[in-house]
Design a protein around this ligand. Sequence first.
Ligand SMILES: [Fe+2]
Length: 494
Amino acid sequence: MTSNLLSNPTTEKSYDRTEWKKGYQSQPNEYDYWVDDIEGEIPHDLRGTLFRNGPGLLDIHGTSIRHPFDGDGMISAISFKEGKVHFRNRFVRTEAYVQEQASGQILYRGVFGTQKPGGLLNNAFDLRLKNIANTNVIYWGDKLLALWEAAEPYRLDPATLETIGLDYLDGLLKPGDAFSAHPWIDPSCEMDGGKPCFVNFALKSGLSSKITIFEFNLQGKLLRRHAHAIPGFSFIHDFAITPHYCIFFQNPVGFNPFPFLFGLKGAGECVQYQPNQPTRIIMISRQEPDAKPIIIETPSGFVFHHANAFEVDNKVCIDSICYDSLPQVDPDISYKDVDFDKLDPGKLWRFSVNLETKIVERELLESRCCEFPAIHPDQVGRNYRYLYIGAAHHPTGNAPLQAILKIDWQTGERQLHSFAKHGYVSEPVFIPKPNATAEDDGWIITLVYDGSHHRSDVVILDGKNLNEKPIARIHLKHHIPYGLHGSWTSECFV
Ligand SMILES: [Fe+2]
């Protein structure tokens, strides 16, 4: 551990709640500048752009939204070139963002409970979705796409972050179609002669569900598309891939639409965890799209994110962050007053599916509260040695993510770089060094909200040794509210 170990880790909080809350203040401003306040040195051979997405507004003209997941998407672009770094951020000009900013009030209900003013009468039976484009952002096939899983992507100019408009993927999507916010890049697709391909899915859920798989080549042209009917309601946020499979965890949840229809709750708040139901692991063949999906039941909990999956002999292993139940905030309090101790922490599990016996074995890999995994991009879908993940400062209990944890599956060694007491981390990204051969020979970049200065830092860590002090700590002039996901491209847009 690298920073201020606290004197009594069993009782003393690793964070200050007042500081933590300030990371949820809106950032209405849009910036564009070279950053000059830097501790350490930016590596000269680090070249490219980190795009990040997340809610930039936590209020609409002073009225708080109900949940950060309802916040309008704001893209940050952090570009590295010749030892220098440039920052730019822009809101995605979604139709709803433009309308609400012009009118000065909330005009749409949010999926996670934000309501329009005017009570039930003004909210009941308004079933429009506010596409907030706030979950992920990825550059692929010369397009920069802001993703939100329940609707079409928004396309942006990667150099200016100006919004170009809704993108229907050359006519593959129809208005209102979903497109997940969790694509994977298969680094070496067996079906395409070892070329990389972009794999994503779309989920349509009701009494039964339909999962559509999309695979695109480097130019963004469709390679493969196939759809599969799955029994039951599904709440599936992420998936995993191997060379042969797309793997989904159908969480044990039900959906009661009535509070949503009658204007009492957001649709996302009507999802109910069903602890006595199993999780269904759904494996869809990538290479034989006509094959029936393999569906295997396992007790699990609730999964948002998968770290990776890989095939070994007749087994498929899936490493996932699993909660004992669906984490939901008490409807009577603000998300900023959440009692961390009352919510289950996410923990890392390995699910090993035996394809012959159809038996699933579960193993707890890491019990420390953790979320937002990252791996070497060439190891996606392959057996891998190193995992990097956001983690709590203390080894037990539930708390905000304040550290980056590195796990070596070969030796079992853990390294933890903690930013407690004032720092709160976001999803790390692993960037291999040019000409590197070792799997951990690269840089870890993460945004850290510094609650003591109310600003965000871009921090570069040495992927080989998290115990070292940061290679560089880049102080932005302002804060970026806690974000969701992002991605790296070696293209430098500055
Ligand atoms: Fe996610």
